[in-house]
Design a protein. Structure first.
Length: 120
């Protein structure tokens, strides 16, 4: 590790965030698709706009396909956001201002896209 590198633990966290996040999302989506197929329904009847975080634990506990699909998408959406936050911390910890500013710009773009995607 050179003098300007982030700590090893932080570098590992950044690397594993994407891998674990995508793998968890894929597992949740596959479980949701299997549950959807097992229920005999051809689609999810409730509109996506009615999906809520408050109802999510009950949907997961009840084996509801929509709950697993919704959580899989949430994990997939937030995985890059968490990775960019960790990267920002890594660049800030080694005082790499240009990369920290670029990463902050990416974080702003991701956040604006997320907010705009939530607005009906």
């Amino acid at each position: 590790m050179s003098e300007g590198d982030p700590p090893v633990g932080l570098r590992l966290a950044i690397r594993w965030t994407l891998q674990v996040g995508v793998a968890a999302s894929v597992v949740l989506l596959i479980v949701g698709i299997i549950l959807l197929g097992a229920s005999g329904e051809s689609s999810i009847h409730a509109p996506a706009a009615k999906a809520s975080l408050g109802a999510l634990p009950g949907e997961l506990a009840g084996g509801n396909a929509q709950g697993f699909l919704f959580l899989g998408v949430i994990v997939l959406v937030f995985t890059p956001l968490v990775r960019v936050l960790l990267s920002l911390g890594a660049f800030a910890s080694v005082e790499d201002v240009p990369f920290a500013l670029m990463t902050l710009f990416v974080l702003v773009i991701l956040s604006v896209g997320l907010v705009l995607g939530l607005v009906p």
